[in-house]
Design a protein around this ligand. Structure first.
Ligand code: OAD
Length: 267
Protein backbone atom coordinates (compact mmCIF):
# COMPACT_ATOMS: atom_id res chain seq x y z
CA UNK A 1 0.00 0.00 0.00
CA UNK A 2 1.56 3.25 -1.17
CA UNK A 3 -0.96 6.10 -1.01
CA UNK A 4 1.25 8.32 -3.21
CA UNK A 5 1.23 5.72 -6.01
CA UNK A 6 -2.48 5.01 -5.51
CA UNK A 7 -3.26 8.73 -5.80
CA UNK A 8 -1.04 9.08 -8.89
CA UNK A 9 -2.77 6.16 -10.61
CA UNK A 10 -6.23 7.57 -9.89
CA UNK A 11 -5.18 10.96 -11.28
CA UNK A 12 -3.56 9.44 -14.38
CA UNK A 13 -6.80 7.56 -15.16
CA UNK A 14 -9.10 10.51 -14.44
CA UNK A 15 -11.02 12.19 -17.25
CA UNK A 16 -12.20 15.08 -15.09
CA UNK A 17 -10.44 15.85 -11.83
CA UNK A 18 -11.12 18.88 -9.64
CA UNK A 19 -9.35 20.33 -6.62
CA UNK A 20 -11.19 21.35 -3.47
CA UNK A 21 -9.04 23.51 -1.22
CA UNK A 22 -9.06 25.41 2.05
CA UNK A 23 -6.77 27.52 4.18
CA UNK A 24 -4.27 24.68 4.73
CA UNK A 25 -3.01 24.82 1.16
CA UNK A 26 -1.87 28.40 1.80
CA UNK A 27 -0.25 27.62 5.17
CA UNK A 28 3.11 26.99 3.52
CA UNK A 29 2.76 30.40 1.83
CA UNK A 30 2.72 31.90 5.31
CA UNK A 31 -1.04 32.47 5.62
CA UNK A 32 -2.51 31.19 8.89
CA UNK A 33 -5.28 28.65 8.81
CA UNK A 34 -8.43 29.36 10.84
CA UNK A 35 -8.78 26.41 13.19
CA UNK A 36 -5.28 25.01 13.72
CA UNK A 37 -3.70 25.97 17.08
CA UNK A 38 -2.69 29.65 16.91
CA UNK A 39 -4.91 30.10 13.84
CA UNK A 40 -7.05 33.10 12.96
CA UNK A 41 -10.02 32.06 15.13
CA UNK A 42 -7.68 31.46 18.09
CA UNK A 43 -6.39 35.01 17.89
CA UNK A 44 -9.52 36.88 16.82
CA UNK A 45 -13.14 36.52 17.80
CA UNK A 46 -15.16 35.33 14.80
CA UNK A 47 -18.27 37.16 16.04
CA UNK A 48 -16.28 40.43 16.19
CA UNK A 49 -14.49 40.33 12.83
CA UNK A 50 -15.99 37.44 10.86
CA UNK A 51 -19.49 38.80 10.22
CA UNK A 52 -20.48 42.09 8.57
CA UNK A 53 -22.59 43.23 11.56
CA UNK A 54 -19.91 42.15 14.03
CA UNK A 55 -17.22 44.00 12.11
CA UNK A 56 -19.23 47.24 11.95
CA UNK A 57 -19.92 46.98 15.66
CA UNK A 58 -16.24 46.33 16.44
CA UNK A 59 -15.12 49.24 14.25
CA UNK A 60 -17.30 51.52 16.38
CA UNK A 61 -16.56 50.08 19.81
CA UNK A 62 -13.10 48.52 19.58
CA UNK A 63 -11.21 49.93 16.57
CA UNK A 64 -7.95 48.55 18.04
CA UNK A 65 -9.28 45.00 17.50
CA UNK A 66 -10.03 45.78 13.86
CA UNK A 67 -6.55 47.29 13.51
CA UNK A 68 -4.99 44.07 14.88
CA UNK A 69 -7.03 41.92 12.51
CA UNK A 70 -6.27 44.03 9.41
CA UNK A 71 -2.57 44.33 10.32
CA UNK A 72 -2.21 40.59 10.65
CA UNK A 73 -4.04 40.03 7.34
CA UNK A 74 -2.02 42.64 5.42
CA UNK A 75 1.30 41.43 6.82
CA UNK A 76 0.73 37.79 5.93
CA UNK A 77 -0.82 38.48 2.52
CA UNK A 78 2.01 40.86 1.53
CA UNK A 79 4.59 38.11 1.63
CA UNK A 80 2.39 35.22 0.44
CA UNK A 81 3.38 33.61 -2.85
CA UNK A 82 2.19 30.36 -4.44
CA UNK A 83 4.28 27.37 -3.28
CA UNK A 84 5.01 23.95 -4.71
CA UNK A 85 1.52 22.67 -3.82
CA UNK A 86 -0.23 25.44 -5.74
CA UNK A 87 2.17 24.91 -8.65
CA UNK A 88 1.47 21.17 -8.64
CA UNK A 89 -2.26 21.92 -9.10
CA UNK A 90 -1.32 24.19 -12.01
CA UNK A 91 0.80 21.38 -13.48
CA UNK A 92 -2.13 18.98 -13.25
CA UNK A 93 -4.25 21.48 -15.20
CA UNK A 94 -1.54 21.87 -17.84
CA UNK A 95 -1.35 18.08 -18.17
CA UNK A 96 -5.07 18.14 -19.04
CA UNK A 97 -6.07 16.21 -15.91
CA UNK A 98 -7.39 18.91 -13.56
CA UNK A 99 -10.32 20.90 -14.93
CA UNK A 100 -11.09 23.27 -12.10
CA UNK A 101 -10.13 24.32 -8.58
CA UNK A 102 -12.94 25.00 -6.11
CA UNK A 103 -11.49 26.97 -3.22
CA UNK A 104 -12.66 28.49 0.04
CA UNK A 105 -9.61 30.78 0.02
CA UNK A 106 -9.71 34.50 -0.75
CA UNK A 107 -5.95 34.85 -1.31
CA UNK A 108 -5.87 34.53 -5.12
CA UNK A 109 -2.91 32.12 -4.92
CA UNK A 110 -4.41 29.48 -7.24
CA UNK A 111 -4.84 32.07 -10.00
CA UNK A 112 -1.40 33.49 -9.29
CA UNK A 113 0.01 29.97 -9.65
CA UNK A 114 -1.58 29.71 -13.09
CA UNK A 115 -4.82 27.75 -12.65
CA UNK A 116 -7.28 29.25 -15.12
CA UNK A 117 -10.63 28.03 -13.77
CA UNK A 118 -10.92 28.79 -10.05
CA UNK A 119 -14.29 28.93 -8.30
CA UNK A 120 -13.81 31.16 -5.26
CA UNK A 121 -16.67 30.21 -2.95
CA UNK A 122 -15.71 32.81 -0.35
CA UNK A 123 -14.67 35.53 -2.79
CA UNK A 124 -11.35 37.23 -3.46
CA UNK A 125 -9.70 39.92 -1.36
CA UNK A 126 -8.37 41.66 -4.46
CA UNK A 127 -11.80 42.27 -5.97
CA UNK A 128 -14.09 45.20 -5.15
CA UNK A 129 -17.88 44.82 -5.06
CA UNK A 130 -20.14 47.85 -5.32
CA UNK A 131 -22.54 48.15 -2.41
CA UNK A 132 -25.05 49.98 -4.66
CA UNK A 133 -25.03 48.18 -8.03
CA UNK A 134 -23.14 44.96 -7.15
CA UNK A 135 -20.60 45.47 -9.97
CA UNK A 136 -17.33 43.64 -9.34
CA UNK A 137 -13.88 44.83 -10.33
CA UNK A 138 -10.57 42.94 -10.05
CA UNK A 139 -7.89 45.11 -8.44
CA UNK A 140 -4.09 44.99 -8.38
CA UNK A 141 -2.92 43.02 -5.33
CA UNK A 142 -0.09 45.45 -4.56
CA UNK A 143 -2.44 48.44 -4.78
CA UNK A 144 -4.94 46.96 -2.30
CA UNK A 145 -2.27 45.92 0.19
CA UNK A 146 -0.32 49.18 -0.23
CA UNK A 147 -3.40 51.34 0.44
CA UNK A 148 -4.35 49.16 3.43
CA UNK A 149 -0.82 49.50 4.81
CA UNK A 150 -1.00 53.30 4.57
CA UNK A 151 -4.21 53.30 6.63
CA UNK A 152 -2.93 50.98 9.35
CA UNK A 153 0.38 52.83 9.66
CA UNK A 154 -1.18 56.22 10.36
CA UNK A 155 -0.52 57.36 13.92
CA UNK A 156 -4.19 57.75 14.75
CA UNK A 157 -5.80 54.71 13.18
CA UNK A 158 -9.11 55.75 11.70
CA UNK A 159 -11.05 52.67 10.51
CA UNK A 160 -13.30 54.84 8.34
CA UNK A 161 -10.28 55.42 6.10
CA UNK A 162 -10.34 51.71 5.22
CA UNK A 163 -13.19 52.65 2.84
CA UNK A 164 -10.53 54.29 0.64
CA UNK A 165 -8.65 50.99 0.19
CA UNK A 166 -11.34 49.94 -2.29
CA UNK A 167 -11.96 52.62 -4.98
CA UNK A 168 -15.43 53.97 -5.70
CA UNK A 169 -17.48 52.20 -8.36
CA UNK A 170 -18.08 53.83 -11.76
CA UNK A 171 -21.73 54.34 -10.60
CA UNK A 172 -20.42 56.46 -7.73
CA UNK A 173 -21.26 53.85 -5.09
CA UNK A 174 -18.96 52.74 -2.29
CA UNK A 175 -17.30 49.35 -2.73
CA UNK A 176 -16.19 46.67 -0.29
CA UNK A 177 -13.88 43.68 -0.58
CA UNK A 178 -15.71 40.94 -2.47
CA UNK A 179 -15.24 38.40 0.31
CA UNK A 180 -17.91 36.29 1.96
CA UNK A 181 -18.36 36.83 5.66
CA UNK A 182 -20.28 34.44 7.90
CA UNK A 183 -24.01 34.76 7.24
CA UNK A 184 -23.49 35.92 3.63
CA UNK A 185 -24.18 33.90 0.49
CA UNK A 186 -21.28 31.92 -0.96
CA UNK A 187 -20.31 32.59 -4.57
CA UNK A 188 -20.41 30.22 -7.56
CA UNK A 189 -22.11 27.47 -5.55
CA UNK A 190 -24.41 26.36 -8.35
CA UNK A 191 -21.51 25.77 -10.72
CA UNK A 192 -19.46 24.17 -7.93
CA UNK A 193 -22.33 21.70 -7.31
CA UNK A 194 -22.56 20.92 -10.99
CA UNK A 195 -18.82 20.33 -11.32
CA UNK A 196 -18.74 18.21 -8.17
CA UNK A 197 -21.51 16.04 -9.64
CA UNK A 198 -19.76 15.75 -12.99
CA UNK A 199 -16.14 15.10 -11.95
CA UNK A 200 -14.71 11.60 -11.57
CA UNK A 201 -11.98 12.58 -9.07
CA UNK A 202 -11.75 15.19 -6.34
CA UNK A 203 -8.53 16.02 -4.59
CA UNK A 204 -9.08 17.71 -1.22
CA UNK A 205 -6.29 19.85 0.20
CA UNK A 206 -6.07 21.82 3.43
CA UNK A 207 -9.60 22.03 4.73
CA UNK A 208 -11.17 20.97 8.00
CA UNK A 209 -14.48 20.52 6.16
CA UNK A 210 -16.56 22.11 8.88
CA UNK A 211 -17.87 25.18 7.06
CA UNK A 212 -21.05 24.75 5.04
CA UNK A 213 -22.25 24.93 2.36
CA UNK A 214 -18.70 24.50 0.94
CA UNK A 215 -18.09 21.26 2.86
CA UNK A 216 -21.07 19.58 1.21
CA UNK A 217 -19.26 19.44 -2.16
CA UNK A 218 -17.04 16.37 -1.56
CA UNK A 219 -20.13 14.51 -0.30
CA UNK A 220 -22.05 15.65 -3.39
CA UNK A 221 -19.20 14.37 -5.57
CA UNK A 222 -19.12 11.04 -3.76
CA UNK A 223 -22.85 10.48 -4.39
CA UNK A 224 -22.10 10.24 -8.10
CA UNK A 225 -19.25 7.79 -7.61
CA UNK A 226 -16.35 10.26 -7.65
CA UNK A 227 -13.04 9.01 -6.24
CA UNK A 228 -11.71 11.12 -3.39
CA UNK A 229 -8.05 11.81 -2.53
CA UNK A 230 -7.29 13.87 0.57
CA UNK A 231 -3.93 15.39 1.54
CA UNK A 232 -3.67 16.85 5.04
CA UNK A 233 -0.83 16.69 7.62
CA UNK A 234 -3.02 16.27 10.68
CA UNK A 235 -6.54 15.11 9.95
CA UNK A 236 -8.54 13.06 7.49
CA UNK A 237 -11.51 15.45 7.49
CA UNK A 238 -13.53 13.44 4.96
CA UNK A 239 -12.52 10.01 6.26
CA UNK A 240 -15.87 8.35 5.53
CA UNK A 241 -15.65 9.10 1.79
CA UNK A 242 -11.87 9.16 1.15
CA UNK A 243 -10.37 6.51 -1.17
CA UNK A 244 -6.76 7.61 -0.62
CA UNK A 245 -5.51 9.63 2.32
CA UNK A 246 -1.99 11.07 2.28
CA UNK A 247 -0.82 12.43 5.61
CA UNK A 248 1.41 15.27 4.43
CA UNK A 249 1.60 18.99 3.87
CA UNK A 250 0.14 20.10 0.56
CA UNK A 251 3.49 21.50 -0.61
CA UNK A 252 5.23 18.20 0.00
CA UNK A 253 2.55 15.59 -0.70
CA UNK A 254 1.07 16.95 -3.93
CA UNK A 255 4.35 17.57 -5.86
CA UNK A 256 5.38 13.98 -5.06
CA UNK A 257 2.06 12.67 -6.37
CA UNK A 258 2.32 14.82 -9.52
CA UNK A 259 5.86 13.64 -10.27
CA UNK A 260 4.54 10.07 -10.17
CA UNK A 261 1.60 11.03 -12.44
CA UNK A 262 4.17 12.37 -14.95
CA UNK A 263 5.96 9.03 -14.96
CA UNK A 264 2.69 7.18 -15.62
CA UNK A 265 1.35 9.44 -18.38
CA UNK A 266 4.77 10.33 -19.83
CA UNK A 267 4.28 14.14 -19.74
P1 OAD B 1 -9.43 25.48 8.67
O1 OAD B 1 -8.53 26.34 9.45
O2 OAD B 1 -10.75 25.15 9.28
O3 OAD B 1 -8.71 24.09 8.33
C1 OAD B 1 -7.39 24.07 7.84
C2 OAD B 1 -7.04 22.65 7.47
O4 OAD B 1 -5.79 22.68 6.81
C3 OAD B 1 -6.91 21.70 8.64
O5 OAD B 1 -7.57 20.48 8.33
C4 OAD B 1 -5.39 21.48 8.76
O6 OAD B 1 -5.06 20.18 9.25
C5 OAD B 1 -4.99 21.63 7.31
N1 OAD B 1 -3.58 22.02 7.08
C6 OAD B 1 -2.76 22.74 7.89
N2 OAD B 1 -1.55 22.91 7.30
C7 OAD B 1 -1.61 22.29 6.09
C8 OAD B 1 -0.68 22.10 5.02
N3 OAD B 1 0.55 22.61 5.06
N4 OAD B 1 -1.10 21.39 3.94
C9 OAD B 1 -2.36 20.87 3.88
N5 OAD B 1 -3.26 21.02 4.86
C10 OAD B 1 -2.91 21.72 5.96
O7 OAD B 1 -9.62 26.17 7.23
P2 OAD B 1 -10.78 25.95 6.16
O8 OAD B 1 -11.25 24.55 6.14
O9 OAD B 1 -10.33 26.57 4.90
O10 OAD B 1 -14.56 31.06 5.94
O11 OAD B 1 -11.92 26.87 6.78
C11 OAD B 1 -13.10 27.02 6.05
C12 OAD B 1 -13.63 28.42 6.23
O12 OAD B 1 -13.70 28.77 7.61
C13 OAD B 1 -12.77 29.51 5.64
O13 OAD B 1 -12.93 29.70 4.25
C14 OAD B 1 -13.23 30.73 6.39
C15 OAD B 1 -13.19 30.12 7.77
O14 OAD B 1 -13.86 30.76 8.77
C16 OAD B 1 -15.04 32.31 6.09
O15 OAD B 1 -14.39 33.19 6.61
C17 OAD B 1 -16.42 32.51 5.56
Amino acid sequence: MDPYQDAAELLARSKMAVGFTGAGISAESGIDTFRDPGGVWDRFDMSEVGTADGLLNTITRHPEKVLGFIKSTVETFESALPHAGHLALRDLEQMGILKCVITQNIDDLHSQAGNTDVIELHGNLYRARCISCDKKEKLERDGVLGRARQVIEQEDFNPLKLAGVFPKCSCGGLTRPDVVMFGEAVQGMERAYHISDACDLMIILGTSGVVYPAAVLPHEARKSGTKIIEINPTENSFSEITDVFIQAKAGEGLPEVVSRVRKIVGK
